[in-house]
Design a protein around this ligand. Structure first.
Ligand SMILES: Cc1ncc(COP(=O)(O)O)c(C=O)c1O
Length: 383
């Protein structure tokens, strides 16, 4: 069937648009803060391998999500997405009021929008480091200053140093709990003390890896007025491609955030599938249990191979490879296993982060690891 435009000839020459030949646009420069921003390119590229580089679910989402996806109507696609009814379902699932919850386009959007809502000139974002890269990226687009608090060499949560770094200018404190790439955690008592000592700041607890840790402060939402929690559906739920996250906080804070948040940033497919994902708790529990069993086995293999590692409360392990970290990551890739070189993170010199998948997948990873280490160690002996 011809399309309605089949007979229309596409304009080809500039003159069709009546653009003056000598026209030169003088485009305005971006804001100084944007000009000063570093470009951030996640190392995605070809990932046709065992993907242990982005802490995703390495298997699949719940089969119930696939079922819903297959039944989406064309009509549903023609409409703008409506997130409120799904926020009601999500809030009920979490035991919160719908007004305390905002769905976002991944936790990345939650971070971005929270920072845009609160950070202005003269403010400070307090950040224990090393941590998730995007906090600093989004803060650098605002007029606030980022104050980093370095963890000691054990990479444990730098609680005392963080408390000491709180100033009247501290506007947001962002804590990934569990943290990436270290896998370390802040305790509930520590989080409460931070919130108490910074009553003038928003304390963001990013629980992206909650399902592998099992401890949360979500029950404190609304009770502690400066606490907000972010959760993602990209990790345990296996829905990274949907870009689905959430922010929970006191009603008035979420209301401010909604002023900045696009009303349509969470797409209809993700919204349609979320109730099925939430419903399938059995799948989620099974996957988290499988990852924890695989993490135990993998840690034993690391110890047997004499690879130093940090204790992890998440679906990844940070290991110390040393000066040949980049070659290690490259050789692992050649062996069919993607891992993430984190050597440029503060305090992580020579470190590589390895996502934990299923036990079967991690046995494949152990074979690649041992072969790669053998090559690297043989090269050292030969020198
Ligand atoms: C601590 C932390 N927060 C948030 C994210 C991103 O979540 P999302 O995919 O929902 O944007 C990640 C992803 O690696 C992460 O490690």
């Amino acid at each position: 069937m011809p399309t309605p435009f089949a007979s229309a000839s596409a304009p080809t020459a500039r003159k069709d648009y009546n653009v003056p030949e000598a026209f030169t646009a003088i485009r305005p420069a971006p804001r100084a803060r944007v000009q000063a921003m570093k470009e951030y390119h996640p190392p995605l590229g070809s990932r046709d391998a065992l993907r242990l580089d982005f802490n995703e679910n390495t298997l699949a989402c719940s089969p119930k999500v696939r079922e819903v996806l297959g039944s989406i109507s064309t009509d549903a696609l023609t409409r703008y997405p409506e997130r409120e009814p799904i926020e009601v379902i999500l809030a009920a699932h979490l035991g919160l009021d719908p007004q305390q919850v905002a769905l976002t386009n991944g936790v990345d959007e939650a971070i971005h929008v929270l920072f845009e809502t609160f950070l202005e000139s003269g403010d400070e974002l307090l950040l224990p480091v090393p941590t998730y890269t995007m906090y600093e990226v989004y803060a650098s687009a605002t007029d606030a200053r980022t104050v980093s608090v370095q963890a000691a060499s054990d990479l444990q949560f730098p609680f005392e140093r963080l408390l000491a770094a709180i100033t009247p200018r501290t506007k947001i404190i962002a804590i990934a709990n569990p943290n990436s790439p270290s896998g370390s955690v802040a305790t509930r008592t520590q989080i409460l003390e931070i919130a108490r000592r910074a009553p003038h700041a928003v304390v963001l607890i990013d629980e992206a890896y909650y399902h592998f840790h099992g401890e949360t402060i979500l029950d404190l939402i609304g009770k502690v007025q400066n606490l907000v929690v972010a959760r993602t559906f990209s990790k345990a739920y296996g829905l990274a491609g949907f870009r689905l996250g959430m922010l929970a906080g006191p009603v008035d804070l979420i209301r401010w955030v909604r002023r900045v948040l696009s009303p349509y940033s969470v797409n209809s497919l993700a919204l349609a599938c979320l109730p099925a994902a939430l419903d399938d708790q059995a799948y989620l529990d099974w996957y988290a249990g499988e990852v924890l069993a695989a993490r135990g086995e993998f840690e034993q293999a690391l110890d047997a191979a004499c690879v130093p590692r940090w204790p992890s409360h998440a679906n990844f392990v940070l290991v110390e490879i040393g000066s040949r970290h980049a070659e290690f990551a490259r050789r692992m890739r050649e062996a069919g296993v993607l891992v993430r070189d984190r050597s440029s993170d503060p305090g992580c010199d020579g470190c590589v982060r390895i996502t934990i998948g299923t036990r079967q997948q991690m046995r494949q990873a152990v074979t690649a690891l041992n072969n790669t280490l053998a090559v690297l160690r043989a090269a050292v002996v030969a020198q």
